[in-house]
Design a protein around this ligand. Structure first.
Ligand code: FAD
Ligand code: PYC
Length: 417
């Protein structure tokens, strides 16, 4: 039986009086959908879009506790690439890159996808060997990647300091030419508009607070701050908060949540032609079309649900960026922010059915899920519609954490976490 504190009783009474709350006792949903997606980030909205477009399932609601794209989708540094080590990862990230290539046309919304190339720096012999291994593995999987000696790296990115005496000497770089950036807000808005025009409901300011199940264990709906909403199936895509939601269905996930930060400079004229990442110094940089330098850091080394991180982390990143690109030393930074990323033990996502019938989960993208948005939504929609994974996400199960069939992408994640 559900227990209510005095405060909860009063709140429920107010809701019932207003006509939009859940009545206690057996819930009779005022609204019901074939599929409820929890989380209106890029992945949730893309899932809804592909459910409608590919599977003809349009009686779908996307529930969002805040505003559309206000989670990590609107907070990331927008780097897109598919140079991951393992076959499963090459499969999903390159599936995403191929969808990115046509996404603006598909959504009829300019997501400003720009394949300006992503260059990952090597600062030590070990970095160089790891990069070489990735380049060979990528090529075997049909993913472009190539090695550049330091002079070639500087020719590709003229502001790069390749002096041998530098604090972080550049021994070379791996370049994925098909990698690049996109406009993160536009991705959320584009998917939202396209899904909405196919009949999908997007409900903001609607936090999911419980997952309800029928006697046979199958999901039957969600409790929300706007009352009970019935659901035939539920897809949880709530980066950073997945374990909180899964606990509502008595499931425990191998996920930890960490703050990850980024910041932008004042806008300047175009001076930085590509994306540069350095795992060793925990920094990455590109220039947005508005002219701001977009710079990101590594994760804070403690778990937290706070959308802010510690100053020491971004200070370290800026020190490193100024060493690598001395011409930026006098630039002013305009604003910084953080997001909460959810990290699995093998730094690969979970896109799968759960042991609860009708409940599906898409999470664990850690520091790197923006690039996956179209591919992730596409295969998650398939998984929900067919109650079976798409071949591209077949390896990203929950079971791998008990069978040991891990997809260890710690190095390819490229951002310290
Ligand atoms: P989100 O956009 O976070 O969406 C999840 C939504 O769920 C949120 O809007 C949240 O409010 C909602 N939600 C949570 N709980 C509930 C609830 N109970 N009820 C209803 N709604 C709920 N990835 C890259 O590939 N490249 C990058 O350059 C990159 N840089 C990054 C930089 C930073 C600073 C950060 C924080 C992340 C970065 N990432 C990057 C990671 C990337 O942003 C995420 O992996 C990706 O955006 C996740 O998308 P999502 O749609 O799953 O999550
Ligand atoms: O996964 O490429 C990435 C990334 C860059 C910045 C944060 N994540």
């Amino acid at each position: 039986m559900r227990r209510f504190s005095g405060f909860a009783l009063a709140r429920e009474a107010v809701r019932a009086h207003r006509g939009w709350g859940r009545q206690w006792g057996s819930p009779e949903p005022r609204e019901s959908y074939d599929v409820v997606i929890v989380g209106a980030g890029g992945h949730g909205l893309a899932t809804a879009y592909y459910l409608a477009r590919e599977h003809g399932i349009t009686n779908v609601a996307v529930l969002e506790k805040g505003w559309l794209g206000g989670g990590n989708t609107g907070r990331n540094t927008t780097i897109i690439r598919s140079n991951y080590l393992h076959e499963e990862s090459a499969g999903i990230y390159d599936h995403a890159v191929r969808l990115w290539e046509d996404l603006s046309q598909d959504l009829n919304y300019n997501v400003m996808f720009s394949q300006r190339g992503v260059m990952m720096l090597a600062h030590s012999v070990h970095d160089r060997q790891v990069a070489m291994r990735h380049i060979h593995a990528n090529r075997l999987n049909g993913v472009d990647n190539e090695w550049l000696e330091p002079e070639a790296a500087r020719a590709w990115c003229p502001p790069l300091n390749i002096a041998r005496s530098a604090r972080y000497p550049v021994l070379g770089a791996a370049l994925q030419r098909r990698g690049g950036t996109a406009r993160h807000d536009a991705v959320a808005w584009g998917y939202a508009r396209a899904a909405s025009s196919r009949g999908v409901h997007i409900i903001e300011n609607c936090e999911v607070t419980g997952i309800a199940r029928a006697g046979n264990g199958h999901v039957k709906g969600v409790d929300t701050t706007r009352g009970f909403i019935g659901a035939g199936k539920i897809g949880v895509v709530a980066a950073g908060h997945t374990s909180v939601l899964m606990r509502m269905a008595d499931l425990r996930l191998p996920i930890m949540s960490y703050p990850l930060q980024a910041l932008v400079s004042e806008p300047v004229k175009p001076c930085f032609p590509c994306v540069v990442m350095s795992n060793a110094v925990h920094g990455y940089i590109s220039q947005s079309d508005k002219g701001e330098l977009v710079i990101g850091a590594g994760t804070d080394q403690y778990t937290s649900y706070s959308q802010a991180g510690s100053l020491a982390v971004i200070q370290h990143t800026l020190d490193a960026i100024c060493e690598l690109f001395p011409m930026f030393t006098r630039l002013k930074m305009m604003r910084s922010w953080g997001g909460v990323v959810d990290v699995t033990p093998d730094r690969s996502p979970i896109i799968a059915k759960t042991p609860v019938p009708g409940l599906y989960v898409n999470c664990g993208w850690g520091t790197g899920g923006f690039k996956a948005t179209p591919g992730s939504g596409h295969v998650f929609a398939h998984t929900i519609a067919n109650d079976n994974p798409h071949p591209v996400n077949a390896g990203f199960t929950l079971e791998r954490f008990s069978t040991g069939a891990l997809i260890d992408e710690a190095a390819a994640a490229a951002v310290m976490h």
